[in-house]
Design a binder for this molecule. Sequence first.
Ligand code: AMP
Ligand code: GLY
Length: 416
Amino acid sequence: MNILVIGSGGREHAICWALKKSPRVDKLYCAPGNGGISTIAKCVNIDAVDIDGIVRFSKDNAIDFVMVAPEEPLSRGLVDALESAGIRAFGPRKDAAVIESSKIFSKNLMKKYSIPTAEYETFTDADSAKAYIREKGAPIVIKADGLALGKGVTVAMDLETALQAVDEMMLDRKFGDGGGRVVIEEYMTGPEVTVLAFTDGKTIVPMLSSQDHKRAFTGDLGPNTGGMGAFCPSPNYTDDIAEICMSTIFRPTVDALANEGRVFKGVLYFGLMLTPSGPRVIEYNCRFGDPETQAVVSMLKTDLLDIFEAVVDERLSEIDIEWRDGASCCVVMASGGYPEKYDKGFTISGLDDVPGDITVFHAGTAKSGADFITNGGRILGVTAIGESLTSAAKRAYEGVACIAFEKAHYRTDIGV
Ligand code: AMP
Ligand code: GLY
């Protein structure tokens, strides 16, 4: 089969890496891909949101199957467009992707179907939002309604920060039109866990649990980022909690979407908080997470293409999905200054010195002659597996120690 993966980050590198192992994959393409992905797939210079361009390329190049990884093309209807052109595609249609592209939609869905989440109100004007914040007091959480690259959330520990966040989102439009409407919600506490689940709209198969590290600096300090590292599985996610999540969150969510006429097929991302009153949803995403995917896919034994096809063909119940024992850990190496301002174009050295059992997924690199250079905020996801989380993390950091580029920044506490 000829496969096209859409996207350009570490997540897409991990998906390509896993697909590459399938004996049924003939040609593997990635649009637009990155420097690292170009070593295992043919990168084609089409933007991930260029829907017409992707449909045309797929037809012209006899693509049998398209895997759409990022939220932006999903929420703009890339899967719908591919299906209309007769091309099989993995990922939710536009009407189901709204579970990520509108926080108001997802919060209202949870309320309607009694799925546990933080109490909230939605606002379309700044004055009433601020009045509500003054009434409730801090800590309190402010979220832009639309897509904001994982950065449209302010967890405000004091009133001033909360009011300022409203101004930035609603008046300054820091996140564009996505901030025209906001959700203001109750502050929850407890360990966070990510559960990615395959679903064909009927059957749900949760993957191993994982844990992201959203803050920029060691010790969970600094600004929120797209994710500075992940490990899998999460020690907090016990079998008992998994059972509760299936019956109170996963099953009800998939059924709710189907009931609303928005059947969800693809990967549903559950961002959970294990609060003192039980697991509750922080957020949904309509896709694989980044960098959780790098850690989770490293643990997968089953052919990923078999799973993708089973989802698309609605026969997920027929296949067995197997995982390795032990744990995995992905440490993100980022550009100094990320998530704010950073420079690009630095040569990355030492990649060839990384031991073969460690996988370096490229997130933001480009090729420059024989070298790789930095080309983004997050650069690499150095990923190792081990018998325990401790050994996986130790090994991942041994990989990190081999690699250098100017102003490289990484956290020293992923999985530690
Ligand atoms: P999100 O983009 O919705 O995942 O939010 C980013 C981060 O903000 C989450 O990973 C949590 O750490 C934090 N967060 C979001 N919502 C809440 C909440 N209601 N209470 C406490 N922390 C939250
Ligand atoms: N790791 C968080 C996300 O992918 O949104």
